[in-house]
Design a protein around this ligand. Sequence first.
Ligand SMILES: [Zn+2]
Length: 310
Amino acid sequence: MITAYLSHPDCQRHHMGPEHPESPLRLEAIRARLMLGGILQQTMQSDAREATEEQLARVHPLRHLRALDKCLPDHGLVALDGDTLMNPDSLLAARLAAGAVVRGVDLVFRHQADNVFCAVRPPGHHAEASDAMGFCFYNNVAVGAAHARARYGVRRVAILDFDVHQCNGTIDIFKDDPGVLVCTSFQYPFYPWRYLRSESRNVVNTPLAAGTDGPAFRRAVEDDWLPALHAFKPELVLVSAGFDAHRQDPLAELCLEDEDYHWVTHLAMEIAALYADHRLVSVLEGGYDPDALGRGAEAHVKALLGLPFA
Ligand SMILES: [Zn+2]
């Protein structure tokens, strides 16, 4: 397997204050862990490029994009909501994060990589079409899905999201769209408190009670996601890879272990192998314990490379 690892140093320039859990240290933690384990060296490393306004505007109305541009401060921080803040470099980082998924889609469709991990921030899956929230500005995975449809004529895109928080933004953008299947596992009831009980036919909700552990997570994903995925037969698999359902994560109360991330990645790859000529592009979402984030991402990338967990 050729696995591309897309990132960019300017993703670190976005910060939301010294106490904020969605910090530049997260990408450091992932890179350090992957280097130490000799995993990063086995990937094809490349820099992300900024998404263009045209690419962003496929999922966000232009007037919303312009309104975000106007919020960007010249110095200091400005708050969009209680926990989503901008510094002068935030939208540069956000364009790189969305652009990474666009580039990842290009790589798999041009046969330059089998699969891709985008180690970028800010995350994206809480960003709704016209609402930035939950540490997210642009919906990175949605921008990638829209690019695949517009550029490569892809008819069916599956988005698998195992972040501990439900992907309200991705659902907002693709609800009732028969060309996109969204499968999302999440702690329930919990943030984002929107779309938690959405009943769109193209959304598979897998709510999990606080305390849910790996074996129960695996059973729920197999029961809920697999039948929908086999019926849908995606031509591209996108993954919103959040690592905050880990037992060690400080923001939530699910109890996944490192190995569960290897397992769920492998499941996504099996679907991609069956229906999508292996095409799979994954993008970082949450994960707020630096140590657990590094180990979860390592398990994820190991699986992408076709390596065993241990
Ligand atoms: Zn999350």
